[in-house]
Structures are given as structure tokens and as C-alpha cells.
Design a protein around this ligand. Structure first.
Ligand code: CMC
Length: 436
């Protein structure tokens, strides 16, 4: 079959170039041959914020933003959320296939036996200020794990790499729970290996003086579903950081800490915290139209709305809405849900949001569930970081085994001065004012 090609004529030289098209893309490096002469560097592409640049080939997560489709390794997210546990999905993301019964038992056992934190890590966390943001504590503590496991630098030793990945997935809930208890001034709770991943997390968060923590099964399952929905989302901001920092061969703890730092931003994982602040600010259903007008007038954004990729309803938001109903049957209805539903109803009919294809994203409803479950808004992004660690590690592994990848290093279009004359410090202001 003939190869698809793109013919480009350079009006500067009248030369025509034929570039290959493969999987809907052309190679940016193919532009380099387009030059005006031997001294010319060759053409580059300019793409701030990577709006139209594929930085890798990946077989992990598929998103069709126009049609609102999300699949992990080929399985629709709706199916995985309904039929699997989070650790089953983690296995799928990391190894490419759903585990057999024996593989899953071994995997769960492995992760469970890596939930404990070294006592020095516990002491490290005790040093944080009483009012430190839990996400800042998480980022710093994940980075600090690099001091506990220096062998993690051997990233091309496959057994070693797998061990560090298990440690990260196992320890993330422990660090998250410790950061939560630290902010409340409560003593830390050690992991309980009899419990499932999410039940154990709830145990470390909320156990007080009872001898054995018993998690509410509806809430544990809801958390598990939320973890599945947040596990990966292809080349988002933090995954891109994971790949970029990882491409310099930093160890997985430092690389994951960098990705988590990216997640903390309010335009990324921090949005769910912002949604709650916004709902508080709106206060009641009656104030929704005025708030929407304010956003349309350019004063702030509707947090939890809009997405770089989804130009349709985020499929995760649909599942979260359903999960919210299950949670509210246990916790009672979060009154903020009514404000959120009204906000969604009005926005989805409004020309401003319709024409820009702005729909609720994953963060719009997740915070409302988390709050109903008893989490403070500062914890929301931490809850996002726990499952996303799996996605980051899957992306990192794929990047390391991709022979086309090298250290990530974009180009720039330089817009600064040409060579300038150096002015000694004593003459600087003088010369400038003399020339006025
Ligand atoms: N409220 C009001 N207007 C919006 C919003 C919003 N939430 N999002 C985008 N717009 C407008 C934007 O002002 C622009 O309008 P115009 O064309 O008149 O200048 C237009 O829609 C296109 O927006 P954009 O900023 O070019 O889109 P982007 O792809 O760069 O940004 C986004 C995507 C998610 C950063 C943005 O929609 C946003 O800031 N949303 C609110 C924050 C949020 O909910 N983030 C969570 C994202 S999902 C979870 C995750 O990935 O972590």
C-alpha cells in the first residue's frame, strides 16, 4: 500500500518536500531538511503548551475527547469501574493485561507488604509545620523516599525497578494518611495487612481507639472506583513531567515527586479543591446565574469545567455522579450537590459554555463526594495523587523502554537581544539617562 505523504512547497526557495504521514502525524525532525541555504538551521515547529504535538507513542490509555471515550489498555473505563478493583486496574495499566486470579493474589500481596514506611520517614513528616498543606507534605515525602532507597537509581535493573514501583504504590496511601493525621495532630496509624488497599487507607486515616478498623463497604468501594477513574489519563501535565524528568534518568521517587508537584496546580489536580471553594463562594442555588455571569465577564473560571482533550462530557464525571448517589445514601446528601447540579444545568444551556465545548470534568463532582466522606478540601489532590502514581509509573516504564526516547529537551524561538555591549556597573544608569 502506498505510504501517505504530505507535499510542502517552501515559498522562499520554491522547493517542494515530501514528508511521510504515519498514524496521522508527521515527524517534526523531517522539517529540519527545509532550509534556505547551508547556514540555515532548518525549520522547526512552534507549539507552546504542546497543543498539537505527540511526544511519544503509547499503548496505555486511549482518549477520544470529541466522543467522550476513555479506555485503559483497550478496556472502556465504565467497564473497569464496574467490574474491577483498583489494584486489578493498576496491574492492567502497568503490565498491559488484566491479571489472572493467581497473578492478582500475588500482586495484592506484594503491594500490601510494601505499605509500611521507614521510621525515619515518619520522623521526617513529624517535622512539617502543623498547618502544612497535605499535598506539599506528600510531594516532599515522596522525594525523601529517595534517601531511604538509594538503589532506586538503578532504573535499568528490571527487578529493582519493579520493587520500587511496588513500594511507591504501596506507600502512597500511607504517606497520604500520615499527612492527613499530621494536619489534625493525631497519632499515625500503621497499615493493617488484613485489609484491602482502600480499606487500609481508610484505616490509616480514620482509626481512633478501636482495636480493629472496619471500613464501610460502600465508601470503600466508592473510593476504589474513584481511584480507578483517576489512575491514568495519557499525556496530561503531570504524566508529561513524569516522562520529562524520568528521561533524565532521575530515580522513580524524585520523578514521581516532580509529577505530583505538577498535579498540585489548580489547573490540574488541584482543581477539585478549587471547585469546593467555588461552591462555598456561590453559597446557594439562587446565586448560580450571577456567578456564571461573572465567569462569562472574564472574572475567573468555572472550576471543574473544561478540558484540553474532552470536548464532550468527561466519561469519568458521569461515573462519579453515579458514585455520589451511592455515597450519599451512607453519608447523607452533601448540600453542595444541588449547587453543582444547578451550575451544570445552566452552563450546559449557555451559549458561552456550549460554543467552547466546556463540560464538567472529573474534578467537578469528586470533591463533593470526598467532602461527604469526611475529607477536608486540602486532601482532595492528595487523593488524586494516590491512584495517579500508577499511571505515572506506567508512563515512566513505557518511556524507559522506548528506544526512540532520549532526554526531553524542547527547542525555543529566541526573541531576546543580539550581542550587547557590556557596561561596567558604575556607568549603567548614567549611560541610560544620557541617551534619553
Ligand atoms: N470556565 C470558563 N471559561 C473557560 C473554562 C472554564 N472552566 N475553561 C476554558 N474556558 C474558556 C477559556 O477562557 C477560553 O475562552 P476564549 O476562547 O474566549 O479565550 C476557551 O474556554 C478555551 O479555553 P483554554 O484555556 O484555551 O483551554 P485549555 O485547553 O488551555 O484549558 C483547562 C483546559 C482544563 C486548563 C481549562 O478548561 C480550565 O482552566 N478549567 C478549569 C480548571 C479545571 O477544572 N481543571 C481540571 C482539568 S481535569 C483534571 C486534570 O486534568 O487534572
Amino acid at each position: 500500500m502506498a505510504q501517505d505523504t504530505l507535499a510542502i512547497t517552501d515559498s522562499r526557495t520554491n522547493r517542494t518536500y515530501t514528508l511521510s504521514i504515519d498514524q496521522g502525524t508527521i515527524r517534526a525532525m523531517d522539517f529540519r531538511q527545509i532550509r534556505t541555504g547551508p547556514e540555515d538551521f532548518g525549520l522547526m515547529t512552534y507549539d507552546p503548551a504542546f497543543m498539537n504535538t505527540a511526544s511519544c507513542q503509547s499503548s496505555i490509555t486511549f482518549i477520544d475527547g470529541e466522543r467522550g471515550i476513555l479506555r485503559y489498555r483497550g478496556y472502556p473505563i465504565e467497564l473497569l469501574a464496574e467490574r474491577c478493583t483498583f489494584l486489578e486496574v493498576a496491574y492492567l495499566l502497568l503490565f498491559g493485561d488484566l491479571p489472572t486470579d493467581i497473578e492478582l493474589k500475588q500482586w495484592v500481596n506484594d503491594i500490601t507488604h510494601h505499605t509500611m514506611l521507614h521510621e525515619t520517614t515518619k520522623k521526617f513528616m513529624e517535622g512539617f509545620r502543623y498547618d502544612a498543606h497535605p499535598m506539599a507534605m506528600l510531594v516532599s515525602t515522596v522525594a525523601a523516599l529517595s534517601t531511604v532507597y538509594p538503589e532506586a537509581r538503578e532504573i535499568y535493573d528490571l527487578n529493582n525497578r519493579l520493587l520500587q514501583m511496588k513500594r511507591l504504590i504501596g506507600k502512597m496511601p500511607s504517606i497520604a494518611a500520615m499527612s492527613y493525621r499530621h494536619s489534625l495532630g493525631f497519632p499515625y496509624v500503621y497499615p493493617d495487612n488484613d485489609l484491602s488497599y482502600t480499606e487500609n487507607f481508610m484505616n490509616m486515616l480514620w482509626k481512633m481507639v478501636e482495636p480493629k478498623y472496619v471500613a464501610n463497604p460502600v465508601l470503600a468501594r466508592a473510593l476504589d472506583i474513584l481511584f480507578i477513574l483517576h489512575a491514568d489519563h495519557e499525556q496530561n501535565c503531570s504524566a508529561n513531567v513524569m516522562r520529562s524528568v524520568g528521561s533524565a534518568h532521575a530515580d522513580p521517587y524524585l520523578t514521581t515527586a516532580a509529577a505530583a508537584a505538577a498535579l498540585s496546580g489548580p489547573l490540574h489536580g488541584g482543581a477539585n479543591e478549587e471547585v469546593l471553594k467555588m461552591l462555598d463562594e456561590i453559597g446557594s442555588k439562587e446565586n448560580v446565574p450571577a456567578y456564571i455571569k461573572k465567569v462569562k465577564d472574564g472574572h475567573g473560571k468555572l472550576m471543574g469545567f473544561g478540558h484540553r482533550i474532552y470536548k464532550n462530557y468527561d466519561p469519568r464525571a458521569k461515573i462519579i455522579k453515579w458514585t455520589a448517589e451511592q455515597v450519599f445514601q451512607v453519608t447523607g446528601r452533601n448540600p453542595k450537590l444541588d449547587i453543582a447540579l444547578e451550575l451544570e444545568r445552566i452552563a450546559l444551556e449557555d451559549e458561552y459554555f456550549v460554543s467552547r465545548k466546556l463540560y464538567p470534568n472529573v474534578d467537578f463532582y469528586s470533591g463533593i463526594i470526598y467532602q461527604a466522606m469526611g475529607f477536608k478540601p486540602e486532601m482532595f489532590t492528595v487523593l488524586f495523587a494516590i491512584p495517579r502514581t500508577v499511571g505515572w509509573l506506567a508512563q515512566w516504564q513505557e518511556m524507559l523502554s522506548d528506544t526512540e526516547q532520549k532526554i526531553a529537551r524542547p527547542r525555543q524561538v529566541y526573541t531576546g537581544h543580539e550581542t550587547r555591549q557590556f557596561v561596567p556597573i558604575g556607568q549603567r544608569g548614567v549611560l541610560a539617562s544620557a541617551s534619553l
